[in-house]
Design a binder for this molecule. Sequence first.
Ligand SMILES: *[C@@H]1O[C@H](CO)[C@@H](O)[C@H](O)[C@H]1NC(C)=O
Ligand SMILES: *[C@@H]1O[C@H](CO)[C@@H](O)[C@H](O)[C@H]1NC(C)=O
Length: 541
Amino acid sequence: MNQNFLSGFIILLTSQLVFGYLNLYLSLAEVQRLLGLEAELYYVRDGNINNYALNFVMPVPSSLNSLHFTWESLADRPLLYTIKVDTSDSQILLPPQLNITSRGSVPTTLQTFSLSLLCSGAATGEVNVTITISVTITPSNVTTLMFRRKKICTKFEMQTNHVLVHTVPTYSNSTSIFYTAIVSALILIIILASVTAAYYVKNKKTRDTTSASTGPTTTFLTTGPRNTVNTSYSSFRRMPSYSLIDERSKDLQERITELTVQRCRVRLSNVIMEGTFARVYQGSYTNEEGVDEPVIVKTVTDHASQIQISLLLQEGMSMYSLNHKNILSILRVSIEDHTAPFLLYAYNNYSNLKIFLQKCKLSPEGVSHTLTTQEVVDMALQIIQAMQYLHKKNLLHKDLATRNCIVDDKLNVQVADNALSRDLFPSDYHCLGDNENRPIKWMAIESLVHKTFSFSSDVWSFGVLLWELTTLAQQPYVEIDPFEIVAYLKDGYRLAQPINCPDELFAVMAYCWAMSAEERPTFTQLHICLQDFYTQLTRYV
Ligand SMILES: *[C@@H]1O[C@H](CO)[C@@H](O)[C@H](O)[C@H]1NC(C)=O
Ligand SMILES: *[C@@H]1O[C@H](CO)[C@@H](O)[C@H](O)[C@H]1NC(C)=O
C-alpha cells in the first residue's frame, strides 16, 4: 500500500503518470493557430500524461475565439468524461461554450471538440480560463486533467490585432451589446458561410458532389454578370411596389403640379446613361430668376409604355421635398402632352456610384486615386446619414444599392431614388416568375419571401451596398441563380468576405444580414460603430 503510493508519487514527479487508455492533444492546425509552430501537442499520449504541457498557461490572443482539442479512447470502449470550464471574469469574457456535452464519453474514434472564448467587448483585460476534464477509467479510478489558458480581451474586440484600444471612448451598454453581437455574427458567418460558400452550387442536388477546388474567397469575386435579364416590356407589366412609404398628405398629382416647369426652360445637352427605354441627360434649367442651373434629366424614350412613364414619375417623386446633404431630391418635373416627362435633379459633377466604383477597378491609372479603407468608410457613413434621415421621416428606400447613389470627385455621396435603375442596370434586377422585376440580391430575406419591407430590410440592403463598396461594385452572389437565393440565404450562406476587406467592415456587413430582422442593427447603431472605426483608422495615419 505504502509502496504503491510511493511509486505513484515518483511517477507523478517524473511527469509520466501511466494512464493507459487515452490520447488527448492539440492538432497541427491548432498549434499553428495558437503558437505559430508546426507541431502536434500531446497532453496525453498512449495514456502518458505530459505535465509540462499541462502546467503551461497558454495565452490565447484576442484574435482567437475558440480552442480545439482532439481526443480518442484507446480502450475498446468509450470512456466516460466530465468537463467543467471556469473563468476568472464573466464581464470581459462571455460564458465559454463547448460543442460537446459537459458529461459524455470519449469516442473510440478521433474527435475534435471546441470551446468558444468570446470577449464581451465591455472592457480590456486578461481572463484566466481553467478547463477541468475528468475521465473515468474504472468506477473507482477517475483521472483529472487541468488545462489553463489566459485569454486576452480588448474593449470592442473586433477580431484583429491592429486596432489599438487604449483611447477608445466609452459607449452605452447597448452599443457594447451591439459589438458583441457583431463579433458573434462575424464568427458564425465568417467561419460557417465563407468557408463553406465555395461548396455551394446553384443546384442543391449536386451540391454534395461538387469538389472544393475553388477557394472560398474567389467564389464571389468572379466578375461579370452571368444572368442577363430580359429587359423587355413584359418585365414592367405589373407595377412593382418600390416607392417609398408615403405618409405625407399630398398625392402624386399635387406634388408633380407643385414642381412642374415649362419644357422651354429645360435644355438637354448630352446623354450620360441609357438603357432600352431609359435616358439620362446632362442639361440645364432656367430657373424663376432667369438663371441657368446645371441639371441631370431622367426620362424615357418615345417607345416607353404608359406604365413605364408612370413608374418613372412615381419612383422619381419618392425623394420629393427631402432636404439633406446626402440625399438627391428631385428639383423639378416637366410634363408636356405626347412626350415623356422630364425629371430634373441638381447636377453638381456627381456621377453614378456603381459606375464610378467599376471604373476604379477597370483602370486604376485612370482615376486620381484608388479607394482606401478610410474613404470607403467615409462614403458608408454618408450613406448611413442619409438613411438615418429617411428613417426619421418614416420613409423606406427599398432599393438601396450603389446604382442608386451618386458620388463626386471629392467622394461626397448622395442617395438617390431608383427611377430608371431597372432599365439602366438590368443585371441587378430579376423576375422570379411573377413579372415583378426586383433587386433580388440586395433584398432582405423577409422581403423576398413575404414581400415585407421595414427599416431592417433597408439595413440588409445597406450591408450589400457596403460589400459593393469594398469590392468596387462586383455583382453580389454572382455564382448563385436568382431562383436559388432564398434557399441559399435560408441555409445560412451569405456573401463572402472580400479580399482586402478589413474584418471590422465585414463584421458590420454580416450583422446587417442577420436572419431575423430584429437582430439587425439600426442605422444609428451602424453610425456609432463605423464612426468609431473611422476614428481608429485616422488616428494612426
Ligand atoms: C487508474 O487507472 C490507471 C490507468 O488504467 C492506472 O495506471 C492507475 O493505477 C489507476 N489508479 C488507481 C488509483 O486505481
Ligand atoms: C466542434 O467544433 C469543432 C471546430 O469547429 C469541429 O471540428 C468538431 O467537429 C465539433 N465537434 C462536435 C462534436 O460537434
